[in-house]
Design a protein around this ligand. Structure first.
Ligand SMILES: [Zn+2]
Length: 441
């Protein structure tokens, strides 16, 4: 067992709107199996046995979960700047991605995983091709990952093979990684407008058979609605997916920008989770998602960075702040979207969306000790005031990757003062640069 003593303990062990107040002078005991044995006020902790390691940190909290990403796109970071999503995909992304090799995907995932760990992100939900390369790279970095290799059907994009082959591959990958604590595997389709009805039905059927999660882009751009209605006989995307049975299981719908009240009702009655990607939506001028309306509809919500080619940074602190700012600009009300809600959407809420809400995203007995410490000396977190000060809002509004002093996955330290201990980052950067240059030719 190891004991972590901290100035402030943030457990996030509660539902939306019921996040418990942080504990001053907290303690977390972590077992040799990497799971939390006990946490609470240090004064209530048990007597320590002889030789037990004790660590002293500043703010201790769950590490973050990136609920929608295409991490290997670090190889395409910065390409197609200034284009809306449809032109960006067809003119820049898919031509380069058609040249991708498994080695490229592995190199991109490894660099991005190291980058995320340094930014306090220890788990991500990934939609990308060559799932086995992503899973292997995530494991090498010691990062948790829900790998969902997405089906795309496009004449310009043939590298991934036919869609029946892609679906079979996803299920085989799931079988190969069963029993892993780090890697889980789900199904994915790119979007309702870009994948055929037959393929969506086949994915729904496989999800029902296997219980695998389904990851899909939903209503990201305004023009998608007309494209979906043309394919669906006049239905909007949520209702179309519902009629195909695609919303029956654990569905992770990314973006959800252009959703009206009827759409939200469809998602709510299917308990579909939505991942808000505010920075990507802003950068591509896709729109501002109706997050407050989604909260009111009772949807399960999380936050994602989207791929690093859509928005350059894999930084959930920036995403949380952008989510709140965007919601407040829409509402004209500074009470909209509290910091604690944003933090829930990147920790406990994101773990639930990932299908691992009973073991990730909180500091509580039985949960994995996936944690990060913010330095007590980080200038942006000061002055430390007392009284009615809200520590959670200070973490969200002033926190940044630069304030992180350490990150652990299952109690094992993976980042120390910005240095990633599981990935040779200089080597990963050089490898990614070489491969990115070839893809750009
Ligand atoms: Zn995306």
């Amino acid at each position: 067992m190891e004991r972590f003593l901290c100035d402030l303990l943030v457990t996030m062990d509660g539902a939306v709107g019921a996040v418990p107040a942080p504990i001053v002078d907290g303690a977390v005991d972590v077992g040799d199996d990497g799971r939390i044995l006990w946490c609470g006020a240090a004064v209530d902790a048990s007597e320590l046995g002889p030789g037990t390691a004790v660590h002293r940190v500043g703010i201790l909290m769950p590490s973050l979960i990136n609920a929608h990403c295409h991490t290997p796109m670090v190889l395409l970071r910065g390409a197609g700047e200034g284009l809306a999503v449809d032109r960006w995909l067809h003119e820049v992304m898919w031509p380069r991605e058609s040249k991708l090799t498994p080695g490229d995907v592995r190199a991109g995932m490894l660099l991005g995983a190291g980058e995320m760990l340094a930014n306090g992100i220890t788990a991500s939900v990934e939609m990308y091709f060559v799932g086995h390369a992503m899973a292997e790279a995530a494991q090498q970095a010691q990062m948790r990952c829900l790998v969902t290799p997405g089906v795309i059907e496009d004449p310009d994009f043939t590298m991934a093979g036919s869609w029946p082959d892609q679906i079979d591959e996803m299920v085989a990958l799931r079988d190969r990684w069963s029993g892993s604590d780090l890697i889980t595997v789900g199904l994915a389709a790119h979007a309702a407008y870009s994948v055929s009805r037959q393929c969506l039905v086949a994915i729904a059927e496989r999800a029902a058979e296997t219980g695998m999660a389904v990851h899909i882009h939903l209503a990201e751009q305004q023009w998608e609605d007309a494209a979906v209605r043309e394919r669906s006989g006049g239905l909007a995307a949520p209702e179309y997916l519902e009629t195909l049975g695609l919303l029956d299981g654990n569905v992770i719908a990314a973006h959800g920008v252009w959703l009206d009240a009827d759409d939200l009702e469809v998602l709510a009655r299917n308990d579909t989770a939505v991942v808000h990607c505010p920075c990507s939506n802003a950068k591509h001028a896709s729109g501002a998602a109706p997050v407050s309306e989604m909260q009111e509809a009772g949807l399960r919500l999380a936050i994602g960075t989207d791929g690093p080619a859509s928005h350059h940074r894999l930084d959930l602190f920036e995403e949380m702040r952008t989510a709140i700012r965007t919601a407040r600009i829409r509402s004209g009300d500074a009470q909209t979207f509290e910091a604690a809600e944003a933090l829930h959407m990147t920790t406990a809420g994101a773990a639930e969306v990932m299908g691992r809400g009973d073991e990730l995203g909180r500091l509580a007995p039985g949960y994995w000790a996936d944690m990060m410490a913010l330095s007590p000396s980080a200038p942006a977190l000061h002055p430390v005031s007392v009284g009615d000060d809200d520590p959670l809002s200070r973490i969200v509004w002033s926190g940044s990757p630069g304030a992180i002093s350490a990150v652990w996955v299952a109690g094992r330290k993976v980042v120390e003062h910005g240095r990633v201990l599981t990935v040779d980052m200089a080597e990963a950067v050089a490898e990614a640069d070489t491969r990115a240059r070839r893809l750009a030719q």
